[in-house]
Ligand binder design. Sequence first.
Ligand code: CAA
Length: 592
Amino acid sequence: MARDFKKIGVVGLGTMGAGIAEVFAKAGLDVIGVEADDKALTRAKSILESSTSRAIARGKMTEEEKAGLIGRISFTANIDDVATCDLVIEAIPENLELKRKVFAHLDEIIGDDALLATNTSSLSVTDLAVATEHPKRVVGLHFFNPAPVQDLVEVISTVITEEGVLDDIRGLVEKIGKKPVTVGDRAGFIANALLFGYLNHAVSMYEAKYASREDLDAAMRFGCGLPMGPLALVDLIGLDTTYAILDTMYHEDRDKLHAPSPILKHMIAAGLLGRKSGRGFYTYEGPGSGKVVADALTPKAGEGADKVHDIKKVGVIGNGTMAMGIVEVFVKAGYDTTFIARSQEKADASQGKLLKSLEKQVQRGRLTEEKRDAAMALSHPSHSYDDLKDVDIVVEAIAEELGLKQAVFENLDEVCKPGCVLATTTSSLPVIQIAAVTKRPQDVIGMHFFNPANIMKLVEIVTTVSTAEDVMLTVRDLCKKIGKVDVLCGDRAGFIVNALLFPYLNDAIKMLEAHYATTDDIDTAMKSGCGYPMGPFELLDVVGLDVSLAIQRELYMEFRDRGFAPAPMLEHMVTAGYLGRKTGRGFRNYAR
Ligand code: CAA
């Protein structure tokens, strides 16, 4: 029978400890919270106060529930008060020596049957367990920030942990309404091991001035549906904690991608630790606040407005899914749009498909009949480049073949009026190689829409070494006018989103391949620990394993980082024809 835990000790009531105390007290257990002194206890109470007030404001808790919850927590500055607890969870700063001392002491004072846990995210649980006389009763209990919100708890077993102890702990985690995932003692466990390579990569892009902090964050929120961008998340986690986790991972795997970006160390030295110190990548209203305030790096609204060209008429090359999605976006935003197919029949057929798409929106009450008619009147199907003579911008959206795209741009160079912006939607080719075939590379730019273009908000704007500033400003302005979120980045493989997303997906495959965790556990960890809308294997199966492999190969060829090399398992699955949902089998099986 599962053990009945009644009283939980939490040692250390910082952001994580206070959150953990809240979670247990909310589930009806008595909690003894320990901090170093009265000042720290006061701060802990204020963390609890603001978290529970937020829960009330969002309708997640009543005033009575809050009073009951707070009433179940007793606060003390004397660690010996946890002697009567069934389980003591340590959540003090990530200092091995300090933690080992605390563990040795707790081991002496708690009862023979009581269990010990650490919330460490960067140290080895085994190293802490062996600081006690009873390492069999020590586990890792890794919560995610904010603990009251994120459902995941990683339960870490060491080679010494007793199986019965794990069963009891898993039972307890389920009892408090969280999702336990049990793994061995490896740097980063599941979620951090997959998250921190990605965060570090984003930090290095920022450090290299590849993209601004706002654009990096917006790209991942609007391109992947993540609840937070990577730099905002590093600020939430803390730059010091981020550094410590990366450093541990680097020492374990020697993967350069986990070597902490140098800027982290400098920012830490300057006291820029993230939200907790009031400033990290962003500036906050005050220490502990999550409210961003403007600083010297905040983009100024309207800057460069005088350089923006007037765009009235648009041309789109192509009539595939992507091209027609883009046509739909433009005509709905009121732009006169000519799209070019390879024959007039194909163009007319696509015009029919556009009407169907708009019709569906009318039926669903998302578009009025007048707006549908107005949009259709603005869409001109054609098969002749001559119809692009007087457009102000052309967006090319044909197949991803360099030769084909270059031929299109040579034609555009001949027919389009001077000053017309020439944009490509390529997701994988260097924009400069397309620009270089024209006599006006300054007017050529990348506009990477996401599929489906009429729904996904993000557009990555890619400037080459030749792109003129006014062209970039014009395209940014146009994106806003068509209701998109625009982010600016350099002309490198993967731009922002793919460069950050695919190595993470590849890492998840490597983790599976290493038999560290199952597909279900990895998917659960990312969804319940970090609020991702889909787990990595769910996403890989949707995107297609062949597409994922092609992108990963391209990233590897561009950056030549060992860590970017495609996971052998991905190569093998593609060879076997297991491409994901589209073939009925990928990392999971699907009914066809
Ligand atoms: N109890 C219960 N629910 C609460 C709560 C509380 N004390 N406080 C807030 N909530 C609920 C809110 O009601 C809201 O729920 P709904 O969406 O259902 O309405 C939800 O939590 C989100 O809260 P807010 O609306 O107040 O805040 P937000 O929408 O701005 O989200 C966020 C903030 C939860 C931080 C979100 O941006 C997020 O999930 N970000 C990702 C965080 C992440 O990745 N964490 C993992 C970091 S790694 C880690 O922690 C491990 C490590 O070792 C470093």
